[in-house]
Design a protein around this ligand. Structure first.
Ligand code: SF4
Length: 498
């Protein structure tokens, strides 16, 4: 290779973007780039994988690009690429506003990044390539996973819903489902590599199968994951209440390695607001699902997303949301102040709620969510919980020597790795320990007593192996990607950006 070029991928937004960034790093490493050491001089290639959900998403992007302009001035060979939802939305506007950007690629063609970088370098001209629909299913692309033992597995991309506050369908397109055989093959391949926890990923994960006409495809997939030898934990995100059916609840309850944790976006507790959001369920259906989940899995932890201040929301509507929070007993909630998104139906609605009112409701909502979460956590004091020791997240608190783990219900638990006789225990990220909860905080649990049992796992082995020899990209189906310095033949351009 002529020269070893370094890269850095900056990720904004949701899990879908986090997973896409694992592919972007896999693609770049397969093309011969190496990750720029943290804190070293700026990378030769900086990729911004953007999000378009929040109002200030644009400000954040152009702010970053402004900063990168001054860096690039000092490093002429440096390249800047912008991808993700904001790139899909703004397209050539990005190079109009920031002509120092070299590549703009969309959510449907992340596989094109290395080719576009080479083309921009050879042609010395910015390349903007946005597709209207999926090029190849991203899971065929090389991937470099962040975690040694946990992995995202996409089952679908895009969404068929039309929630009036959401820009995703416009940017990620209609729902496209992977064949169950492909999904399972990827899960089995990952487990063979040492992965022991997978999270099934989809914008609307439980609608999986709609494209090939199988309404029970998702529950079948969960049960099939239950048959994969060595797969300890299965999670999934994000389901939609409208499509959440009893066969999924039964599959969760009857498949031992499917974890009792459910993230079920509510958005609002008011039927009037749900109608205006075009969320095709109402308060009673939502609470009915929660009830049936709790009946089938009494220890399940349920989390949610809630928006306050949606246009037209009254104090009475807001009280309905608080009522659902009290009754649903969420273990935590992602709470958002409504943010107008140009291009969404809700952005042009008359009755925008004044900022001060939104702020007040937001504070009252967060206070109630925390109160309920803390009460739910306190109910676990004295309980034995099984943890998978975490990588990176949480704290390795020198003073308390605490480590952190994730319980089966996805709660965060800080524990002290000591045996009954007080001797320190050697536990690795990925290993499984049993501890007794000694204290509950609003957003985590603490287990300060001795560890009851330690199980060294393949996940722990995978972490150890990775720590010994840092990971390289896992090849996907070969796309014939060019390596640096070997200009690729220029495939036909889309969008007429030439
Ligand atoms: S279900 Fe609604 S909020 Fe979720 S991605 Fe689809 S349109 Fe957006």
């Amino acid at each position: 290779m002529a020269e070893q070029r370094t890269y850095e991928v900056r990720t904004y937004g949701c899990q879908m973007n986090v997973h896409d960034s694992e592919r972007l790093t896999g693609l770049l490493e397969t093309a011969g780039y190496t990750a720029a050491p943290a804190g070293a001089e700026p990378a030769d290639v900086v990729v911004l994988n953007t999000c378009a959900v929040r109002e200030n998403a644009d400000n954040k992007l152009y702010g970053n690009l402004g900063h990168l302009a001054s860096v690039k001035k000092k490093r002429p060979g440096m390249q800047i690429a912008v991808g993700g939802c904001l790139a899909q939305k703004d397209r050539a506007t990005i190079t109009d506003k920031a002509p120092w950007v070299d590549v703009v690629f969309g959510t449907h063609n992340i596989g094109s990044l290395p080719v576009l970088l080479e083309r921009a370098r050879v042609a010395e001209e910015a390349q903007v390539e946005i597709l209207e629909s999926l090029d190849v299913f991203p899971s065929t692309l090389p991937t470099k996973r962040e975690s040694a033992y946990a992995a995202w597995v996409s089952v679908s991309v895009g969404c068929n819903n039309t929630c009036t506050f959401c820009i995703v369908p416009a940017l990620r397109g209609k729902e496209k489902d992977r064949r169950p055989g492909d999904v399972l093959a990827e899960v089995e391949a990952l487990v063979a590599e040492g992965v022991s926890e997978v999270t099934l990923l989809g914008q609307n994960v439980n609608a999986y199968g709609v494209e090939f006409g199988d309404r029970q495809a998702f529950s079948r997939l969960l049960r099939a994951c239950g048959e994969v030898e060595g797969l300890e934990r299965v999670r999934f995100t994000s389901p939609h209440p409208a499509e959440f059916t009893d066969d999924v609840i039964e599959a969760m309850a009857q498949t031992p390695n499917v974890m009792p944790s459910l993230h079920m976006p509510l958005q609002s507790g008011s039927d009037r607001v749900l109608r205006a959001m075009r969320r095709s369920y109402r308060q009673s259906r939502y609470l009915g699902i929660i009830e049936r989940v709790r009946a089938a899995m009494p220890d399940a932890a349920i989390t949610t997303d809630i928006i306050v201040g949606f246009p037209g929301e009254t104090e009475e509507d807001f009280q309905d949301t608080l009522e659902v929070v009290r009754r649903a007993r969420f273990s935590s909630a992602f709470t958002f102040q409504y943010s107008k998104r140009p291009g969404t139906p809700a952005a042009v609605l008359e009755e925008q709620v004044p900022k001060a009112v939104v702020q007040d409701r937001y504070e009252r909502l967060v206070a109630l969510v925390d109160e309920v979460a803390w009460a739910e956590n306190r109910a676990l004091e004295g309980r034995v919980v099984e943890l998978m020791v975490a990588e990176g997240e949480g704290r390795k608190d020198a003073a308390t020597r605490r480590l952190t783990g994730r319980a089966r219900d996805n709660r965060l638990v800080h524990f002290t790795p000591l045996a009954v006789d007080g001797t320190p225990l050697e536990v690795r990220p990925g290993d499984v320990v049993e501890v007794v909860v000694s204290y509950a905080a609003p957003h985590h649990l603490v287990a300060d007593g001795p560890v009851r049992s330690v199980r060294r796992t393949r996940a722990g082995d995978a972490w150890e192996a990775r720590t010994a020899a840092p990971a390289t990209a896992t090849p996907g189906v070969s796309l014939g990607l060019p390596t640096i310095g070997v200009p690729a033949p220029l495939p036909p351009l889309v969008d007429g950006c030439r």
